[in-house]
Design a protein. Structure first.
Lengths: 619, 265
């Protein structure tokens, strides 16, 4: 049973909604075609089903082990990691000049839906490596690229991102790791990093850390941070690898992603750790931000991945599990017992999961598509416009993907009942693995601040205006569809509520009540997420409605009976019907709440601010 | 070594199969298609032979335009070229006729060895390999779970009740592959492989191209016809003995049911 990700819906988003094939009009993607796209997706799914998923539970149970400074990953991770690297997946969306395969980023993330759903913990290793290699590609000297980048893009060596310290979590600017310039131009690095994903492991011979640190006399805060390339083993001129004084002092025991090592790393305990500056001194945060968008999208994708697997598993379970009588014969002890999918409350939960997952999928892939357009655009105006969409979408993708993904996992457990809570079934692991996504790569609270504090005000609000204009253009077509007019109306009201709150924030930002937008930044972000997904699902409903009507016409199905027959017998018809149902459910169940949520923000309730700290509880 | 692999595209083994309203075929609309898993073992075996002895691997298949996907996938795995046999006259041809066309297409490539899956996961007739060998007058080594060759002789192992038997044959020979995914571990197409596959030669062949007469493929020539398909019967739901009885009562009822209704004791 294929229960990792809904391939049909992925193809719907890629081909029918975003028309990925049309990217081939750009020179960068000139070799790309629909046929190739589908072959790549097929292989990703196969690799995920046959190699990744079978190691998911095992990796969770075995976890990583720490002994004598060495970290061992679950042994069963070796094979999927090897196949992934050998197949060229690690750099599939990077240009051929750096050893990549040159596929659209969107296709890369579509493949991640299968692979990440199958085993997120394994995906962490190449995921981190990719981010680090990309920093080298964008900002590394030729020499650094030659030594490190190619080996990382091929997966021969791994990489990490070392930001966090005990005093510097969300507040990265407070970090203390030191970098002292040496005579040969390199730097001596010393300090401790914590929570470093894949900081030490035995999948690769060498690990290349991207370390944020402070040079001597650097300004305080984020402005005084530089970024360094710090390999665990330093290649000498003759190619021999020398110890570079990076030690792992332990790994975390944690709720989920047990197969991904989370390490305490000590740099330069013996004063022998060398690092190489990336870009210029004090440019560390700017450089880091450069790959932040993709890293945050990766984490949003994580939420989507767990939601994928959780939904499809719950759906299958609901079809199999027999419990209770049908609603019409609830009190009749002689009534046959039915699969729980026949109970209205279970169907509601499944629809919540289906529509949320599909909404998230469209959201993530829209962002990926915009990233492709930024990379491929030859016209600076086009590039800037799409960059604007990306900037706006990223905090929403990261936060909605992780939070809603978690809700979907939780609902999957609910559908399973007691069995879902038990380790014997897979859904509890999806929930545990998912939780971290709302925390790392900037907590969702920090994402909300990024959205409200930075993105809304960028270019004096132009980003939002451009996005609304783009939405309007697409909706113009949807508005002509008579079948969808009730949904369009609810959407319009929800969007209007969002605009009202946006204006409210802009006004408050100029008064001494500027902390109100901070207080409600997260609910505002959630509202943005709902409206964006509502828009995307509405757009999908429009496309699906057209296709469904074509199918009915082809089958001469003009009345309910004959249409019912088509729906039973024709897979595509059932799929498109399901797409419209997703939109209808989401718009009626979620978007109708937008007005209330807007009100909850604009009521200007400051109880959470006014209450004295000891008023929370006398403890 | 010149190797031909004859493959078939079948519905994904995970698909839910539904019978079409004509009761003689299945609903193919919206179905996901794969290379028959046993044929994938054959491709893997061919690529291993090639990496040892050099040469050329050609994949051959028959079917509507969608089967080109299967050919491209085989090319992405590492095959060198492909032949797609299709002809309007073959729409109504039976299994034997189709096999004749495939044998002709394979012969055109002048192979020293032909590899095929021992069976296809769709109709599971398990005959095609034997038929092709018979048509060519070649030896047939069936159900291979291993395959070696020194370039002149081919040696295979096939499982038999309680053990394995080793068979060998000089070239040319036709081998059908048995075993399992775990035994053959067919390779995945790599991403560079997929890009290269696009540029590899893929020939389309009609019956006349193969020196065959379309008139020999009409519906009246069919020796086998499918008259109807049906699903396996649904298993009846189990019965719980409860009826508000105590343990002893339940046991007595169980014995009664086993004795009188099921008649097993
Ligand atoms: C499994 C795992 C893997 C990780 N991998 C990496 C990695 O590879 N590299 C790396 O560098 N780090 C990594 N981290 C660290 C992670 O990024 C941090 O945990 C995260 O940024 C939050 O920092 P913190 O834990 O110190 O929490 P804190 O910063 O203490 O935050 C606690 C709470 O306060 C809130 N908060 C903090 N400041 C503000 C503010 N200004 N306004 C509003 N709310 C605020 C937060 O939203 C949060 O809810 C990882 C962590 C884990 C658990």
């Amino acid at each position: 049973m294929k229960l990792l990700a809904d391939e049909r819906d992925i193809k719907f988003v890629l081909h029918e909604q975003l028309r990925i094939e049309e990217l081939s009009r750009y020179p960068r993607f000139s070799e790309f075609s629909r046929e190739i796209c589908d072959m790549v997706l097929d292989q990703a799914e196969k690799l995920a089903e046959k190699e990744f998923y079978p190691t998911n539970r095992k990796g969770d149970e075995e976890g990583c082990t720490f002994e004598d400074g060495q970290v061992r990953v679950p042994g069963c991770f070796r094979e999927p990691y090897r196949l992934y690297c050998e197949g060229g997946w690690l750099a599939m969306a990077d240009p051929p000049e750096v050893g990549g395969q040159g596929f659209p980023f969107l296709l890369g993330n579509a493949c991640l839906e299968f692979l990440g759903s199958a085993n997120w913990a394994v995906m962490m290793y190449p995921g981190l490596t990719h981010g680090a290699a990309r920093l080298l590609e964008r900002h590394g000297s030729r020499e650094l690229q030659d030594i490190y980048m190619y080996r990382m893009y091929s997966g021969e060596w791994a990489g990490t991102m070392c930001l966090t310290e005990d005093v510097a979590g969300s507040d990265v600017g407070s970090l203390r790791t030191k970098a002292v310039k040496r005579e040969d131009g390199s730097y001596s690095i010393s300090g401790q990093k914590i929570f470093i994903s894949c900081g030490m492991h035995d999948l690769t011979e060498n690990i290349v850390h991207m370390v944020l640190a402070r040079t001597e006399g650097a300004p305080r805060g984020a402005k005084g941070i530089s970024i360094f390339v710090v390999p665990r083993l330093l290649p000498r001129e003759d190619g021999i690898l020398e110890d570079n004084d990076v030690r792992c002092a332990g790994i975390e025991k944690k709720l989920g992603i047990h197969g991904s090592s989370t390490c305490v790393l000590n740099f330069g305990e013996n004063g022998n750790c060398r690092g190489f500056l990336l870009g210029e001194e004090n440019a560390g945060m700017r450089i880091m931000f450069d790959m932040m968008n993709e890293a945050r999208l990766f984490v949003g994708m994580q939420g989507l991945c767990h939601a994928n697997a959780a939904y499809l598993h719950a759906l299958q379970y609901a079809k199999d599990r027999i419990q209770g009588a049908p609603v019409e014969r609830m009190k009749d002890p002689f009534a046959p017992r039915v699969p729980i999918i026949q109970h209205p409350d279970v169907r509601r939960m499944l629809m919540f999961m289906k529509s949320s997952t599909e909404g998230m999928r469209a959201l993530m892939h829209l962002a990926s598509y915009c990233i492709d357009r930024v990379r491929a655009a030859q016209d600076p105006g086009e590039r800037e416009r799409f960059q604007g969409y990306v900037d706006l979408l990223i905090p929403i993708c990261k936060s909605v993907g992780s939070d809603l993904g978690f809700r979907v996992c939780e609902t999957a457990i609910q559908v399973y009942g007691g069995y879902g809570y038990s380790r014997e079934y897979p859904v509890e692991q999806f929930l545990r693995d998912c939780k971290i996504a709302s925390i790392y790569e900037g907590t969702n609270g920090i994402q909300a601040l990024d959205l409200v504090g930075r993105k809304l005000t960028l270019k004096r609000g132009q980003l939002v205006k451009n996005a609304l204009a783009a939405i309007d253009e697409i909706l113009a077509k949807v508005r002509t569809n008579f079948n969808l007019r009730d949904m369009v109306q609810i959407y319009d009201e929800a969007q209007e509520s969002l605009i009202q709150v946006t204006k409210f924030f802009a006004l408050k930002g100029m008064t001494d009540e500027f902390h109100v937008p901070l207080l409600y930044a997260k609910p505002y972000l959630d509202l943005c997420g709902d409206v964006s997904m509502g828009f995307l699902l509405l757009w999908q409903a429009h496309l699906a409605d057209r296709r469904l009507r074509e199918i009915y016409r082809d089958h001469n199905a003009s009345d309910d009976v004959s249409r019912g027959k088509v729906l039973r017998e024709n897979r595509s018809a059932a799929f498109y019907f399901g797409k419209i149902a997703s939109a209808r459910f989401f718009i009626n169940q979620v978007l109708t709440q937008a007005g209330g949520r807007a009100r909850s923000i604009m009521n200007n309730d400051k109880s959470a601010l006014d209450i004295p700290d000891h008023g929370f509880a006398l403890v | 070594m010149n190797i031909v692999v004859i493959i078939k595209q079948t519905p994904d083994t995970e698909s839910v199969i539904r019978i079409a309203p004509d009761n003689k075929s299945i609903v193919t609309e919206g179905l996901k298609w794969i290379i028959n898993p046993y044929d994938e073992f054959a491709i893997e075996a061919a690529l291993r032979l090639k990496s040892k002895h050099g040469g050329n691997v050609t994949v051959v298949t028959y079917g509507p335009p969608r089967v080109v996907e299967a050919l491209r996938t085989a090319l992405a795995m590492g095959a060198d070229d492909a032949v797609h046999v299709d002809d309007p006259a073959m729409k109504t041809a039976d299994f034997l006729r189709v096999t004749r066309a495939l044998a002709a297409a394979a012969t055109e490539c002048d192979p020293e060895i032909i590899l095929m899956g021992s069976r296809a996961v769709d109709y599971d007739q398990g005959q095609r390999g034997a038929i092709v060998a018979e048509m060519l007058g070649w030896p047939h080594l069936p159900l291979a779970v291993s395959l070696e060759s020194d370039g002149k002789v081919v040696t295979i192992e096939r499982p038999i009740e309680g053990g394995k038997v080793t068979l060998e044959s000089p070239l040319p020979v036709l081998v059908t592959l048995g075993g399992s995914h775990a035994i053959w571990n067919p390779r995945y197409a790599s991403l560079p492989g997929i890009m290269k596959a696009k540029k590899k030669p893929l020939k389309a062949r009609k019956l006349t191209d193969l020196g065959l007469d379309p008139a020999d493929f009409g519906p009246e020539t069919a020796r086998i016809r499918i008259t109807s398909l049906e699903m396996p019967p649904q298993r009846a739901a189990g019965r719980m003995i409860d009826d508000g009885l105590d343990t002893e009562g339940k046991a007595r009822e169980l014995v009664r049911v086993l004795h009188e209704e099921a008649r097993v004791i």
